[in-house]
Design a protein around this ligand. Sequence first.
Ligand SMILES: Cc1ncc(C[n+]2csc(CCOP(=O)(O)OP(=O)(O)O)c2C)c(N)n1
Ligand SMILES: [Mg+2]
Length: 252
Amino acid sequence: MAELFGKETGTSHGRGGSMHMFDANLRFMGGYGIVGGHLPLAVGGGWAVKYHKQKDVVFCMFGDGATNIGAFHESLNMAKVFHLPVVWFCINNRYGMGTPVEAASAVADIYKKACAYDMESIQIDGMDLREVMLRTSEIVEKTRHDSEPRFIEALCYRFKGHSVVDPDKYRSAEDKEKFRKADPIVAFEHELEKSGLADEEYFKNLRQEIDAEVREIIQYADESPDPKVDDLYKYVYADQWENRPELKSEPV
Ligand SMILES: Cc1ncc(C[n+]2csc(CCOP(=O)(O)OP(=O)(O)O)c2C)c(N)n1
Ligand SMILES: [Mg+2]
């Protein structure tokens, strides 16, 4: 939240905002403003894992829109050629901004694109929480075991427009309503209720707890300091600040 608010306490010290969150300690290798720009970085991550003979897997998530850019194809190709432990996870919510998948992609079943790179590739119901968890962990473990890249396409739907400036006029009210009803979070709540593992009271309390936590987080972000103007050029290069103090910026 502090990063979203552009505060010094954010994961990228407020320099990244919503487009460039990054936290190496959490092994979260970042979100990127260029659609699909992180796919080649995932190849680099996979290469590092292999080079260091680790048993890690790089898990790379992207939207349907990213599968139409050149870097997508280069990345899948290299991951396969070098047998890198990368799981490609495509969130196909059927639209890239306001453009339907069929209007932007020659192949609407996106999982088929990975077949061109001789990769195991599956299409799953992204609206089914358990299917996503079970099938994804299965694929991740396979990749951990044999260091071969694999591909998952999760079919889902975006409940709101692409962003706050999207008037969302390109989808029918019926479609929106149909998918709303299939909200995976609500469906899973019902499943837990039916199986007797949780009841209405449990969810009510849980919601209250989460609301309180989010409010606290927002307050923390609100009260956090802004980055200092003197630090304008800090973090531009990895070793700049520590080793080259002469590059410190003058106050603007
Ligand atoms: C290389 C590049 N081209 C265009 C854009 C503008 N842009 C931002 S998001 C987006 C749509 C991406 O589609 P998808 O990944 O399916 O995201 P969704 O709309 O479903 O959130 C586009 C075209 C961009 N950020 N980078
Ligand atoms: Mg999309």
